[in-house]
Design a protein around this ligand. Structure first.
Ligand code: ATP
Ligand code: FE
Length: 371
């Protein structure tokens, strides 16, 4: 099997070609980070245009780099949700155009399932069931993957995801936003004292596996205001005292943001082992899982529980086409795919897009445990 994967659910346009053996034949990502930095956030219409501008080029490059002809492809996999529907549409239309022309089946992929399953490409030993912590800009999920396509959601965020808190903290601290905020905070935190500011750990009193980052984000904003830190002055021009103050906030924020992950992962491990005693791995994936501090703290949690941590390499943690192609492989192998679309599908054809699409069912017993 050789599968082309296409991803346009958020702000990266990505494509990749992957073999069912797990061999990555090519991987291309065009990021909208520059656009985001200039306008301070994703505007759906702008993101759609940015995807539309580069999609042909990104997919062609992925096919060229894979050094195969289109005829050698088995199927096309594409993210159909969750995400911005305007953006999803760009990828799905492209996928259907190629699949229609080459008479290839289509696999519609769940973006968050792909973040989790790519760990099985990285580590062939990873069998179901396993526990996954999926942490990115828009999601904060704890999921028990019982089998392919069978997930139980143990926890989610009640407001913001951790990546959103990293991004806003970076913005308010005047960090360079030409790349995403997470790596900038991670780097600055090395210079700071994580005990300098006492932020409260969110949701201490809740005995469930849910997350909340809006309150922490707000605590950070108030602290930045109280210390008169001016985001208009980029950190590169800040005095050394000012820089030190910013580094202390970055380090203190990161420590508490990750403590919140640690506490909920500990509880999720307990829940997961009750449901599936054979769980051996915690997979951490999504953009924030590329953070070294996050990885080292999660490692301590899993070791305490005699489990193992599995994090894909950073390029497979942030949004990418490989995870979509790989999830295509997994589903195709068990016969889950759609027949080829018509060769000349009209532009305005109804498409199966799922902007809001939960990953698996909620863990109902968890709610009663939590009381
Ligand atoms: P979704 O939520 O739909 O999965 P996303 O657009 O957030 O999509 P990802 O690429 O998975 O996509 O994650 C991006 C997020 O990860 C951003 O919030 C970014 O700041 C964060 N991130 C990336 N690298 C790091 C890092 N080293 N430390 C902390 N956060 C990071
Ligand atoms: Fe993502």
């Amino acid at each position: 099997l050789v599968i082309l994967g296409i991803e346009t659910s958020c702000d990266d346009t990505a494509a990749a070609v992957v073999r069912s053996s797990g061999e990555i034949l090519s991987q291309v990502v065009a990021s909208q980070a520059d656009l985001l930095a200039r306008y301070g956030g994703v505007a759906p219409k702008m993101a759609e245009q940015a995807h539309a501008q580069v999609i042909d080029q990104v997919v062609q490059e992925a096919l060229d780099k894979a050094q195969l002809t289109e005829k050698e492809l088995t199927a096309v996999a594409v993210t159909i949700g969750p995400g911005l529907s305007l953006c999803l549409r760009v990828g799905v239309q492209k996928a259907r155009k190629i699949a229609g022309r080459l008479n290839l089946p289509i696999v519609g992929v769940h973006h968050m399932e792909a973040h989790a399953l790519v760990a099985r490409l990285v580590e062939k030993k990873l069998q179901f069931p396993f526990l996954a912590l999926l942490i990115s800009g828009g999601h904060n999920l704890l999921v028990l993957a019982r089998d392919l396509g069978h997930y139980i959601q143990l926890g989610t965020t009640v407001d913001d995801a951790i990546g959103e808190a990293y991004d806003k903290t970076a913005k308010w601290l005047g960090l360079d936003m030409r790349r995403s905020g997470g790596p900038a905070i991670e780097e600055l935190a090395h210079e700071g004292d994580a005990e300098a500011v006492k932020f409260r750990v969110p949701m201490k009193q809740h005995k469930d596996c849910n997350f909340s980052y809006a309150g922490l984000k707000n605590q950070v904003r108030l602290e930045i205001e109280a210390q008169n830190i001016n985001a208009e002055i980029p950190i590169s021009s800040a005095s050394s005292e000012d820089r030190g103050a910013r580094a202390n906030i970055a380090a203190s924020f990161q420590r508490v943001a990750v403590l919140h992950l640690e506490e909920k992962c500990q509880r999720a491990i307990e829940w997961a082992l009750k449901i599936e005693p054979s769980v051996k791995y915690l997979v951490a994936s999504g953009g924030v899982a590329s953070n070294k501090f996050v990885r080292s703290r999660l490692n301590q949690v899993v070791e305490r529980n005699a489990l193992q941590l599995l994090c894909p390499p950073p390029s497979l943690c942030t949004d990418n086409g490989v995870m979509i192609a790989w999830t295509g492989v997994e589903h195709f192998r068990v016969g889950r795919y759609d027949p080829p679309p018509p060769a000349n599908e009209p532009e305005d054809a109804q498409l199966d897009l799922r902007p809001r699409w939960p990953l698996g069912e909620e863990y109902a017993e968890g709610r009663s445990d939590a009381r």
